[in-house]
Every structure is written in structure tokens, then in C-alpha cells.
Design a protein around this ligand. Sequence first.
Ligand code: AMP
Length: 174
Amino acid sequence: MSIEKLTSSVRNIPDFPIPGIQFKDITTLFQSAPHLKELSDILYERYKEKGITKVVGIESRGFFMGPAVAIRLGAGFIPIRKPGKLPYKVIEETYTKEYGEDTIQIHEDALTKEDVVLLHDDLLATGGTMVAAYNLVKKLGVKKIYINFLIELEELKGSAQFPKEVELNSVIKF
Ligand code: AMP
């Protein structure tokens, strides 16, 4: 299956959740068994030689594909969650969004300095969420961090927010 076919399976919803946003709905991609298999194969092929020990997914749409990729790579899965959701001791990172601030958390013992991490989310827009997640994972002192998105909105130039040495990939680009 081509990337074009995967791309056309993403449904665009204008003005959701607020006017002016072109929301990329991935449920239409995930509901198709062949499309889901193709996505899983692409991610497996891209990361199978990297020695990934943990996939870290960002709440909530990073939980769709994160565990599936972790299983294929023989890695564990770690959730990054919104405040008040994780039951054990956490570390957190607060970041500025277009309107106001947001905080994300991870369990303080979720990763070790031996871990090679694949940090995963559904979509890269401005990059604010993933930069905060990257900083959070870095605080735990892991060996290496790779970053992956299913979708990248290229005109927002979110990838420019990351240090040059970070290997960042997205499957579908708009
Ligand atoms: P950002 O921090 O600006 O890169 O925004 C990324 C986060 O917001 C991701 O977790 C996405 O799920 C969500 N998001 C931002 N823009 C969109 C969009 N146009 N369509 C779908 N999700 C979006």
C-alpha cells in the first residue's frame, strides 16, 4: 500500500474542535484492517534495527499505536499522562499552549539510563506537546530518544523546535 493511500484515509474535519482548525481524524485510518497493518509494518521496518527498549506514548492518541508498535519491536510501553491520572510518584513538565498552559507527567521509575526510547504521538502541529514530552523523558536520563508521529502538519514547522541531533520521523505529511 502507498503512503498516498494511507494519507487519503485520514479524514479532515474543518473547524473542529474550534473554528479555524483543520482536524486530522485518524479513526478512519484505524478502522481499516489493511491500513492499520500497513502503518504497523512501516513503523516496525523503520525502528526494528534501533534497539528500542521502550515506546513512550502521549495521552491520548499516542496510546492508539504506541502499544502495538511496542509489541512488534519487543519493547515495553510507557504512558505520558495528564495530571492526576498516574497513581505512583511522577515527574512533570509544564508547557505553554496557544491559550494557557498544560502539564504532562510520567512515573519517575518508568525509564532507566539503559533505555533506548521511541517517543510517539499521533500528530505534530506546533511541537509544544512533544517538546515537553522530550524534556520529560530526558530528565530520566535515558540512553537515546527517537521521535515518531503518524502525521506531521509541515507548514507549522514543529520539527524546528527539536535539537538537530534528534531523529524525528512522521509517516504522513500534510
Ligand atoms: P502541538 O503541541 O501543537 O504539536 O499539538 C499536538 C497535539 O495536539 C497532538 O497530541 C494532537 O493530537 C493534537 N492536535 C493538534 N492539532 C491537531 C489537528 N489539526 N488535528 C488533530 N489533532 C491535532
